[in-house]
Design a protein around this ligand. Structure first.
Ligand SMILES: [Mg+2]
Length: 253
């Protein structure tokens, strides 16, 4: 099979994909909606998951024999250089990515902090699945992604997950163009299909827009607004996912 547009190799060499219960590919859809998972489908303020995650990653770096200061610096450096700490670890240290995943994301007390959000479920239920496909697009590994979606009771409303496959030699992640292109290929998105995307990272949003994902929204719960707000760079910002119908009226019936 020849690689998809924008990719040198088959998509499976860049990303992982897991279909969920209601999976259908995007071949005969009218549009696709991609949802980031972490800190987008739940509140980072209420759950404090980013802090819990950062503590575990730092502990992992320290476990490699690094001092507190070096661990901190290297974590920040790898995050900036590779988009994800684990990519730097895989490239420059001999680590088992599955051990990393188990000790970092796998040990998060998600059962204690994540609760289904009835309003968010109701919102996603309003999407006409005959016209649209709804998938998750995450920089986490599939174990964590599926665990979060299940705890939020969104695993029946999200139709599949494109994730970072830590087992691959040179896996891709957001905001690399190859990650988005491989995601499109994984669900058979026809060229030029209208694409919606919401993420709590501005760099992920800007990268998607640069590739032609026209309907991108930046989710920023840290700066509450009453209504969607267009930023100077043209990106629409919301502080609650419940504001999305005002930005994307065609998505929600
Ligand atoms: Mg996120």
């Amino acid at each position: 099979m020849s690689p998809a547009p924008g990719l040198d190799r088959p998509w499976r060499e860049y990303v992982g994909f897991v279909p969920l219960a209601a999976f259908e590919d995007a071949r005969d859809a009218e549009a696709v909606l991609w949802l980031d998972i972490d800190n987008t489908l739940y509140s980072q303020v209420e759950t404090r998951i980013p802090e819990l995650m950062a503590d575990r990653i730092r502990d992992y770096f320290r476990g490699l024999g690094l001092s507190e200061k070096d661990a901190e610096e290297l974590h920040t450096h790898y995050y900036k250089e590779y988009g994800l700490a684990i990519r730097g670890l895989v490239k420059h240290h001999t680590i088992d990515p599955m051990d990393y995943d188990e000790k970092c994301d796998g040990s998060l007390p998600l059962e204690q902090v994540l609760r289904p959000d009835a309003a968010l479920r109701a919102l996603l239920e309003r999407i006409d699945r005959r016209r649209m496909r709804v998938y998750a697009l995450t920089n986490a590994y599939k174990t964590h992604a599926q665990r979060v979606l299940k705890l939020l009771e969104l695993d029946t409303l999200v139709q599949g997950v494109v994730y970072c496959d830590y087992n691959l030699q040179d896996f891709s992640c957001k905001p690399e163009a190859t990650f988005y292109r491989a995601a499109e290929a994984a669900v058979h998105t026809p060229p030029g299909m209208p694409t919606y995307f919401v993420d709590d990272s501005m760099s992920n949003i800007l990268a998607a827009r640069a590739l032609g994902w026209e309907w991108c929204v930046f989710f920023d719960e840290l700066h509450p607004t009453d209504a969607p707000h267009t930023q100077p760079n043209g990106v629409v910002r919301v502080s609650s996912l419940l504001q999305l119908p005002r930005v994307w009226p065609r998505v929600f019936s």
